[in-house]
Every structure is written in structure tokens, then in C-alpha cells.
Design a protein around this ligand. Structure first.
Ligand SMILES: Cc1cc2nc3c(=O)[nH]c(=O)nc-3n(C[C@H](O)[C@H](O)[C@H](O)COP(=O)(O)OP(=O)(O)OC[C@H]3O[C@@H](n4cnc5c(N)ncnc54)[C@H](O)[C@@H]3O)c2cc1C
Length: 457
């Protein structure tokens, strides 16, 4: 196994590496022994369907292909199982997909499509819930607390709560500053919050190991340490080169998230934008600290910053918090980025200022240029598929993405596939495809502007 490379950058590297160890996450340290897998590819082989990537998306696709369609896929993973985002996230499973709020669905797609999209995302949340129920993954239910970090954000949350209640029929409700402190936690910044009862947090690597077990038990084969380094297509057959041999396939499903190398397939070139997110986990809080911060909840919490914080109390009473990070991989290890999290934690929970940080890591999030994920066939002959662009909201939705990608691979038709997440490929930036490589130049300025808006304007 090779060492983890912390400066990895998908826009610079030619691929995600080969047989790399996990990032130094709390999840990798506490997931227990990895279940069995099928080892690295060691010789040339034929497959009907190959899935590239063994994160939640790739494993869920393989699982549903086998379980619901009798198709036994071969999963190729460059590094260890679930090495990408899936072993690095905050574990917050929300009733959402992509980065748009329900009010934005209505504005962008109209009421009819927004209502249908909501039904599909609810169905997806049920898919996730069903899988979580059968896997020992430290699941913490109860919902999601969306905290107004400034007074001016209350109107936005009130509008979102009203839309969720009146149009989509959820029991979303607003909480006052006092109610948040009394019933949830003493987040000093919280001016109030929207509470939604859908929301399950998980230990993501335990969940991924569960997906792996289920997929293999249903007949899928999963090969870590097998990066696809070259992809040729001749006479309708895909030739996927890995260090141990060439895998020939009739159909390829791409589930490589933000770890997709620009040269992997032209179907994805310039169609997504990789963005870094940081995470830390503190030592367990003492009884006195739990009292001082009045932590009564283990629910998922996010705040209303555009560069939002996401945080929660883990089952062993450590606090996990995450937010934005560096722009380039080479810059990610700089202490300033960890300080964004420790400063944020201290502002929210002053009694925890300076608390020991036991784990700190980062990972790349796949952002779609229009903030909407896509699960589509990439070519007319339906031999290449992809599911990508969750924008940091893929813990739960990846289960449905895998289920729907499996249906599409199996040739199933459904009216659901006319929804925006299934009906068109990931778009180029609105300025045109030429603009994609330059997006990073504007990202620093954009982060500065968001910070100004989040904190001062
Ligand atoms: C720090 C952080 C916090 C997050 N927090 C949350 C959260 O709280 N809630 C939430 O909903 N979402 C969160 N996310 C996003 C979430 O983790 C992902 O959306 C989700 O895990 C789905 O990932 P995936 O399977 O699509 O891709 P990944 O898990 O990234 O898997 C892609 C895999 O493809 C492999 N790969 C790439 N190229 C090749 C190749 N050429 N050959 C073979 N294999 C290849 C990679 O090695 C990688 O393992 C977070 C992400 C990060 C980074």
C-alpha cells in the first residue's frame, strides 16, 4: 500500500493515485477491520458492466445492479475501498440532492417539476434509510437543524420553512434562539433555526463497508488498488487499462466524484468543478464541557453561511465540524485552513476554544456548474453512464443515484428520468466550456466575497 498524498489535486494530477492509504480521518481510525474484497486486478479480464470508483455511488450502483437486475458488475477502485469523499465526509445524510434549496427548485424548474423532484428526493431518502437500517453504522436520527448564524438570515429560513410546510407537506418548523439553546445546543451564533425531522447522520466508512458487504454478497466483484489509467473504445467494447491488466467491458459506469482525472473520459471534461472541504474531530468533550455548551442533540447541524459550517456531536461525544478549505491541493495542509475550523468552533462554542483536535483532514467535493447533480447515459448507444455533481450533499443521495444508475444500465425506462437530474448531461459553465479551466482564478475572489457577505454585509 502506498502513503496517502495530502496535496492531491484533481485538476493537476493525472489520476487519483494507486493503492493509497486512507486520509487520516476519524472514520478510518474507528471503522474497524475492512471487510473482504476481491483484491487488485492481476490479469486481463472480461466484464459485462464495469463501475469505476468504490465510493457510496459506485458501491450502491453495483449493489442495485446485482440485487434488482441480476447484473454482476466489476468495480474498479484506484486506492482503498471508499478512499475518496466517502471516507472523508461529515456523515450528514439529508433529504436533499445538490446544493439548491426547494425554493430554488420552484424558481428554476417551476412548481410541477419541483413537486415531482421532491417526490424523487423523498424516495431517495427512503432508499438511504432502508440501507442504513440494515448496516451497523452508528446512525443518529432525529433530523437536521439549519441554524441562522445572523439575524438577517432568519427571513430566508422562515421562507424556506413555509415552502417546505405549505407546498411540500413537511413538518419543518422555526425555532427561536432560546429554543435552540434550550433543546439542542448553546451555539452562540444561533439567532434561530429551521428544524426538519428528516436527517440521519452516519459513520460513513462503516456505511460504505456495509455497502461493500451487501454488493459482494449479491455477486458484484470489487477490486481496490486498480486505477483505470487509460480508456479506449473499439467496436463498441471498452478497454480499461489498470496496472494489473486490461478489463474489457460492454458498459462502463463512472462513479469517480471529484476524483475524476480530467483525461479519464471526454464525457466529463470541464463538466464539474472540484472544491476542497475541511473536517476536524475534537477529543471527547468532558461532562463539564457538555454542560457548558448545553449539547443535548446528536442531530446534524449546518449554518446559513454560503461557506457553511456543518457540525454535530458524535456518539462518543467528540465534536465534528467542517467547512471550506484551500483552493489548490498544494495549499491544503496550511495551518490557516485548519484555523478556519478551530476559530469557527470557538465562536460557536466559546467553552471549547483551544480544545484538542484529534483528527483533521480534507477532501474534494464534486460541484456541478449549475448546482444540480446528474445521473445519465453519456452517449446515445447507452454504453457509458455517470452519476456526479452532488456538491457536498451526497451521503444520502448517492444511494438513490446508484439505484437509478443501475436501472438505466439495465435499460429500464421511467417517467422519473425526465426530471432535471436525469434528463441532460452535466452542463459546462454558463460562460462556455473554455471557462472551466479558469474557474479557479475567480474562486479566491468569490470566497472573499462570500466571506464578506457571510460575516459583515
Ligand atoms: C470533507 C467532506 C465533507 C463532506 N460532508 C458531507 C456531508 O456531511 N453530507 C453529505 O451529504 N455529503 C458530504 N460530502 C460529500 C460526500 O462525501 C459525497 O457526495 C459522497 O461520498 C459520494 O461520493 P462518490 O461515491 O460519488 O465519490 P467518492 O467517494 O469521491 O468516490 C470516488 C472514488 O473513485 C475513485 N477513482 C477516481 N478515479 C478513478 C480511476 N481512474 N480508476 C479507479 N478509481 C478511481 C477514487 O479513488 C474514489 O475512491 C462531503 C465531502 C467532503 C470531501
Amino acid at each position: 500500500m502506498s502513503d496517502y498524498v495530502p496535496t492531491y489535486d484533481p485538476l493537476v494530477a493525472t489520476g487519483p493515485g494507486h493503492d493509497q492509504n486512507y486520509a487520516p480521518t476519524y472514520w478510518a481510525a474507528t471503522a474497524g477491520a475492512a471487510p473482504g474484497d476481491d483484491g487488485a486486478i492481476k490479469h486481463d479480464m472480461d466484464a459485462d458492466v464495469v463501475v469505476i470508483g468504490s465510493g457510496f455511488t459506485g458501491l450502491a450502483t453495483a449493489l442495485f445492479l446485482a440485487r434488482e437486475h441480476g447484473i454482476k458488475a466489476v468495480v474498479l477502485e484506484a486506492n482503498r475501498i471508499a478512499w475518496g469523499c466517502t471516507s472523508r465526509n461529515g456523515g450528514q445524510g439529508q433529504n436533499a440532492s445538490g446544493r439548491l434549496y426547494r425554493s430554488q427548485w420552484i424558481a428554476r424548474f417551476g412548481m410541477d417539476v419541483a413537486l415531482r423532484l421532491d417526490r424523487e428526493i423523498r424516495d431517495g431518502f427512503d432508499t438511504f434509510k432502508d440501507l442504513v437500517a440494515g448496516i451497523d453504522c452508528d446512525a443518529q436520527g432525529g433530523g437536521h437543524l439549519f441554524v441562522a448564524h445572523r439575524k438577517k438570515k432568519l427571513a430566508f429560513l422562515e421562507n424556506e420553512a413555509r415552502i417546505m410546510r405549505d407546498i411540500f407537506g413537511y413538518d419543518a418548523r422555526m425555532l427561536s434562539r432560546e429554543e435552540v439553546r434550550r433543546d439542542y445546543c448553546a451555539d452562540e451564533e444561533a439567532e434561530g433555526a429551521l428544524h426538519e425531522s428528516e436527517g440521519i447522520s452516519v459513520h460513513p466508512l462503516k456505511l460504505a463497508y456495509g455497502y461493500l458487504r451487501l454488493a459482494r454478497a449479491s455477486g458484484a466483484r470489487v477490486h481496490p488498488g486498480s486505477p483505470v489509467t487509460d480508456w479506449q473504445t473499439r467496436a463498441g467494447i471498452h478497454y480499461l487499462r489498470t496496472p494489473g491488466g486490461i478489463v474489457k467491458a460492454r458498459i462502463v459506469a463512472v462513479a469517480t466524484g471529484a476524483y475524476t482525472a480530467p483525461g479519464l473520459t471526454p464525457y466529463l471534461t470541464n463538466r464539474y468543478f472540484p472544491v476542497l472541504s475541511n473536517c476536524l474531530v475534537t477529543r471527547p468533550l468532558t461532562r463539564a464541557e457538555l454542560g457548558a455548551t448545553h449539547f443535548l442533540t446528536h442531530e446534524a447541524i449546518t449554518d446559513t453561511r454560503t461557506l457553511r459550517f456543518y457540525y454535530r456531536l458524535l456518539p462518543d461525544n467528540r465534536l465534528q465540524i467542517g467547512s471550506r478549505s484551500a483552493i489548490r491541493g498544494a495549499d491544503a495542509p496550511r495551518a490557516a485552513h485548519l484555523r478556519v475550523l478551530t476559530d469557527g468552533l470557538a465562536r460557536k462554542f466559546p467553552p471549547l476554544a483551544g480544545i484538542d483536535v484529534d483528527y483533521s483532514w480534507w477532501g474534494w467535493v464534486d460541484v456541478s456548474h449549475d448546482m444540480v447533480p446528474r445521473i445519465v447515459a453519456a452517449n446515445d448507444i447507452q454504453s457509458v453512464f455517470y452519476a456526479l455533481g452532488y456538491g457536498g450533499n451526497g451521503v444520502s443521495f448517492s444511494a438513490q443515484a446508484g439505484r437509478r444508475m443501475a436501472e438505466r444500465i439495465a435499460g429500464k425506462a421511467s417517467p422519473t428520468f425526465s426530471l432535471p437530474i436525469y434528463a441532460s448531461p452535466l452542463p459546462y459553465p454558463s460562460q462556455g466550456r473554455w471557462a472551466a479551466p479558469f474557474r479557479r482564478l475567480g474562486q479566491a475572489a468569490l470566497y472573499g466575497w462570500y466571506h464578506l457577505q457571510d460575516e459583515y454585509v
